[in-house]
Design a protein around this ligand. Structure first.
Ligand code: NAI
Length: 434
């Protein structure tokens, strides 16, 4: 019996447009293309049934097709209700890959989509590998479909928040398989979280509001990797940026990078734009909303929508909500207008198209290496969270140099001996922080 084409996307007619953009993106994703070149013949992922739950964008389409090219059977859902690019999803569906994703789904539809990916493999088989972004798929499988754990070879996790959830599982003894923390590869968090947000945050605010950025006062909560990129993005657009932090090290970094550092409660009355980037909850609550100026733009670039207390906003002022366009809502709080973007969900994927391909190639090259490692050498690992070795991290970076014309110095034997490293690397000790 021929396997039935299984997918649910917004409009399959968008597939041609999606395919053209995927082809353009491939040229910007040298890391993934190098893996296709290296492993395309050997197909080391043959037998892998990878369910992925990660923003269904054009860049992710290149990741999915790389996993396919390496031999894997793949199914996909998006890890956020607003982050799908419908033409990307259509192109993946048209390529015969089960994908369940469209922009602007409900929470219930989201759960349904993730669930569809568990058993959508050839012959109705269940997944044996998880590729996750934020941990929702992982939680669904481990908590609700324990029968899948027996065949499960491992989990690779994309983001800070999902990695945090994995380490919690290790502490509680509820991680039944090995996992790889992709986020903390240097070539992921120090690039995607930082340089990615540097490009995609202002892009999102502009597409959503068309506001003049130069001269505005922007407040960024959190000065981790995402906060650093976000603050740089806003400064680059000419905003005057204030940062809030709880960590004295990050607060000092922000100050010495030239930003004002204030408590949110003191910064908020001056803000034209507020961005949360903490991965923490209730950063913006009623006490902050009440102090905002008329027409303040409020958005979140962290993984979950609880950084801004949208539940309270809807409860107390939902009756004033006026949708300007999808993902841009106006509320009126006691006479003052507030613009909430992407309903408080990650704004760069809700109001723009996420990070550009080149930086995602770095992240996704790590993802593919993690899947390869767990699928082909899984027995080496205990049920813990691991990081990829530094050799591979350096290799990911190396694969991206030629595209942007970088010339790399080579160590002489004398120099290598002098600083105590091998000529071909790794070039830094594990404790080095970049
Ligand atoms: P991080 O841990 O490097 O940074 C978070 C920072 O927030 C830390 O410095 C922490 O001290 C600070 N913080 C915590 N509570 C705070 C509070 N109450 N007030 C002020 N600051 C506070 O994490 P990272 O990598 O920057 O990620 C942040 C979030 O963004 C996570 O949820 C992550 O999953 C997500 N993310 C989003 C991306 C996107 O494209 N939208 C890309 C990568 C990560």
């Amino acid at each position: 019996v021929a396997t039935q084409l299984k997918y649910k996307v917004k409009d399959i007619a968008l597939a041609d447009w999606g395919r053209k953009e995927i082809t353009l993106a491939e040229a910007e994703m040298p890391g993934l293309m190098a893996l296709r070149e290296k492993y395309g013949q050997i197909k080391p992922l043959k037998g892998a049934r990878i369910a992925g739950c990660l923003h269904m964008t054009i860049q992710t389409a290149v990741l999915i097709e790389t996993l396919k090219e390496l031999g894997a059977d793949v199914t996909w859902s998006s890890c956020n209700i607003f982050s799908t690019q419908d033409h990307a999803a259509a192109a993946i569906a048209a390529a015969g890959i089960p994908v369940f994703a469209w922009k602007g789904m409900s929470e219930e539809e989201y759960e349904w989509c993730v669930e569809q990916t568990l058993y959508a493999f050839e012959g109705g088989k269940g997944l044996n590998m998880i590729l996750d972004d934020g941990g929702d798929l992982t939680n669904m499988v481990l908590d609700k479909f324990p029968e899948l754990v027996q065949d499960l070879g491992g989990i690779s996790e994309e983001t800070t928040t999902g990695v945090h959830r994995l380490y919690e599982r290790v502490a509680k003894g509820t991680l039944p398989v090995p996992a790889i923390n992709v986020n903390d590869s240097v070539t992921k968090s120090k690039f995607d979280n930082k340089y990615g947000c540097k490009e995609s945050l202002v892009d999102a605010i502009r597409r959503a509001t068309d506001i003049m950025m130069a001269g505005k006062v922007a407040v960024v909560a959190g000065y981790g990797d995402v906060g650093k990129g976000s603050a740089a993005s806003l400064r680059g657009a000419g905003c005057r940026v204030i940062v809030s932090e709880i960590d004295p090290i990050c607060a000092l970094q922000a100050a010495m990078d030239g930003f004002e550092v204030k408590k949110m409660i003191n910064a908020i009355p001056r803000a034209d734009i507020v961005v949360t980037a903490t991965g923490n909850c209730r950063i913006i609550g009623p006490e902050h909303f009440r102090l905002m100026r008329d027409k303040t733009i409020v958005c979140n670039i962290g993984h979950f929508d609880n950084e801004i207390d949208v539940a309270w906003l809807n409860e107390a002022y939902g009756h004033t909500k006026d949708t300007i366009k999808p993902q841009v809502d106006l509320y009126n709080i006691d006479g003052k207008d507030i613009l909430l973007l992407a309903e408080g969900r990650l704004v760069n994927l809700g109001c723009a198209t996420g990070h550009p391909s080149f930086v995602m190639s770095n992240s996704f090259t790590n993802q593919v290496l993690a899947q390869l490692e767990l699928f082909t050498k899984g027995e080496k690992y205990e049920n813990k969270v691991y990081m990829l070795p530094k050799e591979l991290d350096e290799e990911v970076a190396r694969l991206h140099l030629a595209k942007i014309g970088v010339e790399l110095e080579e160590l002489t034997t004398e120099q290598a001996d002098y600083i105590g490293v091998e000529k071909q690397g790794p070039f830094k000790p594990e404790y080095y922080r970049y």
